[in-house]
Design a binder for this molecule. Structure first.
Ligand SMILES: [Zn+2]
Length: 437
């Protein structure tokens, strides 16, 4: 692997510098002339006008393998991740079979290493088969080669309070984390979209905000009682923000993520009856979008997570009620995060780095990720062109699936390059086809 000299990048919005990468780490920053490297064979990447960010880290990715390789594979999903500027993704447990044993999590991690586009950190299931009744082999997954530290039944809520308490007490013994999909199931039976005026007008059964908020309130108290860490997946309502803000002020070890689609789209989109807008939790009201944006800027919401949920055409291109919930996210997340945080001209890149890389890396305990370009740091970076917008063309996405809600939209900022431990996975905006060293 040859050395790489990144010339003239704006380092996390704090000023121009060159960055020399050698042996997968940052060797030097400052003013480094290409001439002074003559003979070392360093590849020069011109980054004039580009912003260098720590490689993005996704806390919430559905890679669909094993089991639904028609919708996504670990390889195709991590290629989509690299194109979106990610160097690490946390793979949700709702595969077939469910990632509830050491064998499955080790398989997913190995597939990630073989593909070579992004580090894949498997998330283990909380309960056997996501059934919500018996604890999965949490200890075995934690001590496996995949070293799982985060557990989630995502897609399903751990609604049984006793099971949640046990899970929290268990993961606390090794500083693990439960990531809760907050949805009180009795309040969302048959739900198709956000409960409100739009659902009433369309005659679709509603998913009330309080189904999310009541579980968040309960689990904040359980985390406080047990002293364990808890993380809330894809929070979507204003009151959820209020509860988390209050819990943090009391010192509860709580973190939360928000998805790009909840920062941009509202339940008005359901009027089209286009199932591409069906997602769980559902798109909410404008007031929720604005509250989530403010909470992200403030840091009450710790991280942006994609909930990248690829679906094959037979599961998505059907009538609204029959369609699976979920949308693609990896290749559009940075653009929408920048939009939500003020737009490409006014955005604070340090806040972008904090919410999309440093904090999620800390939450997931991914020690090699979320580092700024200082000497000795692992070279996991992405180069962003803040001045170049792009139009989302589903057929051009690296994901195997096409269910993006942003088709035809012009989005700000493009990913020009992504480096995983000093190796380019994306260059000049295109995937590098041979990733194996
Ligand atoms: Zn979920």
């Amino acid at each position: 692997m040859s050395d790489i000299l990144i010339k003239g990048a704006d380092l996390v919005g704090k000023g121009r510098s060159d960055v020399l990468i050698s042996g997968g780490r940052v060797a030097e920053t400052g003013s480094i002339t290409a001439a002074s490297l003559k003979g070392t064979g360093a590849e020069v990447v011109d980054a004039d006008g580009l912003v260098l960010l720590p490689g993005l880290v996704d806390l919430h990715t559905h890679l669909r393998e094993p089991g639904r390789e028609d919708a996504e594979t670990v390889r195709s999903g991590t290629r989509a991740a690299a194109k979106g500027g990610y160097t690490a993704v946390c793979a949700m447990a709702n595969s077939y079979p469910v990632a509830d044993t050491a064998g499955v999590v080790e398989q997913v991690a190995a597939l990630g290493r073989a593909a070579g586009y992004a580090d894949v950190q498997p998330i283990g299931a909380v309960s056997v088969g996501l059934g919500g009744e018996r604890l999965a082999e949490i200890g075995a997954m934690a001590h496996s080669a995949a070293a799982v530290s985060m557990f989630s039944d995502d897609g399903h809520c751990v609604s049984d309070a006793r099971l949640m308490r046990r899970a929290l007490e268990y993961v606390k013994t090794f500083d693990g984390l439960i990531a809760q999909h907050a949805e009180e199931p009795r309040l969302t039976e048959g739900a198709q979209m956000n409960e409100g005026t739009v659902s009433a007008e369309l005659g679709l059964p509603g998913w009330p905000s309080v189904a999310e908020e009541s579980i968040i309130a309960r689990d904040v108290l359980l985390a406080e009682y047990t002293g364990a860490r808890i993380h809330f997946c894809h929070i979507s309502t204003r009151r959820s923000v209020d509860i988390i803000r209050e819990a943090k002020a009391r010192g509860v070890a709580v973190t939360a993520e928000v998805c790009p689609h909840h920062l941009l789209l509202t339940d008005e989109a359901a009027r089209s009856y286009d199932p591409v807008f069906k997602v769980n939790p559902p798109l909410r009201r404008e007031a929720d979008v604005l509250a989530l944006r403010a909470a992200l800027a403030e840091g009450v919401v710790d991280a942006v997570a994609t909930d990248h949920a690829p679906h094959a055409p037979q599961d998505k291109d059907c009538e609204w009620a029959a369609a699976r919930p979920g949308m693609l996210g990896l290749e559009t997340a940075l653009s929408i995060s920048v939009l939500a945080l003020g737009g490409p001209e006014d955005v604070d890149w340090d806040v972008v780095a904090e919410r999309t890389s440093r904090t999620p890396a800390r939450i997931a305990r991914l020690e090699g990720h979320g580092h700024d370009p200082i000497a000795g740091a692992p070279a996991n970076f992405t180069l962003v062109d803040p001045a170049r917008s792009w139009t989302v063309v589903p057929a051009e996405l690296a994901s195997l699936s096409r269910n993006t809600p942003y088709a035809g939209m012009e989005l700000p900022v493009t990913i020009q390059a992504t480096f995983l431990r000093g190796r380019a996975t994306v260059l000049e905006g295109k995937l590098v086809e041979e990733t194996t060293v």
